[in-house]
Ligand binder design. Structure first.
Ligand code: UD1
Ligand code: MG
Length: 462
């Protein structure tokens, strides 16, 4: 029999002191709620309902296809949230798995174990719990002398004795839906927060003579995020999981503590990540590529054997064996083909740098195509924008663009052509030509000495 999952995501997250709904805060580049839903969906539920409220539109927009939502217009506590979900679901029967939306480290295996334990033990309610070193903020699992669960007491309602309990409520439960519907209706708000606590259902179940069970989880997996401190802790834990999995799969990391890899990034076995690397959504690093030290790549592809260091890549492609950096900025649609180079203080945007072509130093290449094996001299700029419109620069194969050339687009430089250093190229250059676009030099013999004499009254000697 399959279960129905209810995910609680309506709360404001007051302790985050943020306009962003709490469950939308990102861990490794993905909203906390999305991590939770991934784990929940993989348990194979018949239906998934997310209770939304604070920032509902934003939360709903993040939901994957097939996940339902229901609105808890005013947030009167987790018990109230579940009652809203039950009204939405109707008379469904069976098991209800409840999961909070602020536990971004939860995994499918842990939830499946909770479901299995519930089925095996035949309790009316099964809680997921964990023993933690610092239980502050969590609800405590209260047991009688026989060790049976009798209820959950929230931090703010805890006596000193209860405060000392280190077994905490993960906020995840499996309920029998018929029992739950009844107990939810009877919840009261006589507690420190004047809210309907879902946790009170446990004591109610026990009071009616049913048994409640608690199954232990790894404290890391069930960590709840209520503050920015906890968000950073959760992000660090998730990062360690991501890096650990990649290293197990054959990715080399010299110092994983300084490697930040978001969800939706692929790093192939045999790739090497050096210190201070941040890879965000959509980025692919192929086997044999070396990234770092100091590299940021968003939505970019780094092919086999490429080397990227001290550089920023956004929606860029770095071909196999290509070299980027130190200090290069590749902006959207920068494509470096095989064996090409974008060197020191080079910015490239919406341009293709052909196979083996090189832009080694101090250049801006935008809206351009550079043909195979061409070399762009230091300080070259594609003047692509006249303040109103952008134009393209076309550079052929085996071209040598002299240092400090201004290529005033639209302009074409033919195959094997050259431009003289310091040229302002405003007209097309035919193949095999050399273009000079600069003033001819004039030397005035002795003029420097005469100038010095005039200003210093001396012979011109230093
Ligand atoms: C809750 C539990 C606590 C447990 C902890 C685990 C209760 C009363 N307490 O406390 O025992 O140790 O989770 O992390 O359940 N939400 C709604 N509607 C509301 C209130 C909350 O949808 O009216 C959602 C929140 O968006 C959040 C989740 O429920 O995703 C949990 O709420 P939160 O306020 O974080 O509860 P905790 O204080 O963490
Ligand atoms: Mg919480």
């Amino acid at each position: 029999m399959s279960h129905i999952a209810v995910v609680l995501a309506a709360g404001k997250g007051t302790r985050m002191k943020s306009d962003l709904p709490k469950v939308m805060h990102a861990v490794a580049g993905k909203p906390m709620l999305s991590w939770v839903l991934d784990a929940v969906l993989a348990t194979g539920p018949a239906r998934v309902v997310v209770v939304v409220g604070h920032g509902a539109d934003q939360v709903i927009a993040s939901l994957p296809d097939g996940v339902e939502s229901c609105l808890q217009a005013e947030q009167h506590g987790t018990g109230h949230a579940v009652s809203v979900a039950l009204d939405h679901l109707g008379d469904v029967g069976g098991e209800i798995l409840v999961v909070p939306g602020d536990t971004p480290l939860i995994d499918t295996e842990t939830l499946s174990r909770l479901l299995d334990a519930h089925r095996a033990d035949g309790n009316a309610t099964t809680i997921l719990s964990a023993t933690v070193t610092d239980p502050h903020g969590y609800g405590r699992i209260v047991r009688n002398e026989a060790g049976d669960v009798t209820g959950i007491v929230e931090q703010r309602d805890a006596t000193d004795a209860i405060d000392a309990i280190t077994e905490v409520n993960a906020g995840m439960y499996v309920f029998d839906s018929a029992e739950l519907s009844e107990d939810i209706r009877n919840l009261e708000t006589n507690n420190a927060q004047a809210e309907y606590y879902l946790t009170d259902v446990v004591a109610a179940v026990v009071a009616r003579g049913h048994s409640a069970g608690a199954t232990m989880a790894d404290p890391v997996a069930v960590m709840g995020v209520n503050t920015h401190r906890q968000l950073a802790e959760a992000a660090a834990l998730r990062r360690a999981l991501i890096n650990g999995e990649l290293m197990d799969a054959g990715v080399h990391m010299q110092d994983p503590a300084t490697v930040y890899i978001d969800a939706g990034v692929t790093v192939e076995a045999g790739a090497s990540l050096l210190p201070n690397v941040m890879l965000t959504s959509g980025t692919i690093v192929r086997a044999g590529a070396v990234v770092g030290p100091d590299a940021y790549a968003d939505d970019s592809v780094i092919e086999t054997g490429a080397h990227v260091w001290y550089s920023v890549l956004r929606s860029a492609k770095v071909g196999s064996g290509a070299e980027v950096g130190p200090y290069a900025s590749l902006r959207p649609d920068a494509v470096l083909e095989e064996g090409s180079k974008a060197g020191t203080f080079v910015e490239i945007k919406k341009s293709v740098i052909g196979p083996g072509a090189k832009v080694p130093h101090l250049s801006y290449i935008g809206d351009a195509a550079v043909g195979a094996r061409s070399n762009i001299g230091a300080g070259t700029i594609t003047v692509n924008y006249n303040g109103f419109e952008k134009f393209r620069t076309q550079i052929g194969e085996d071209v040598k663009v002299g240092s400090d050339t201004m290529l005033v687009a639209p302009v074409t430089v033919g195959d094997r052509a050259m431009t003289a250093a310091g040229s302002v190229i405003t007209e097309d250059v035919e193949p095999d030509a050399i273009a000079f676009g600069r003033a001819r030099q004039v030397n005035k013999p002795g003029l420097a000495a005469r100038l010095r004499a005039r200003y210093r009254g001396d012979s011109g000697q230093e």
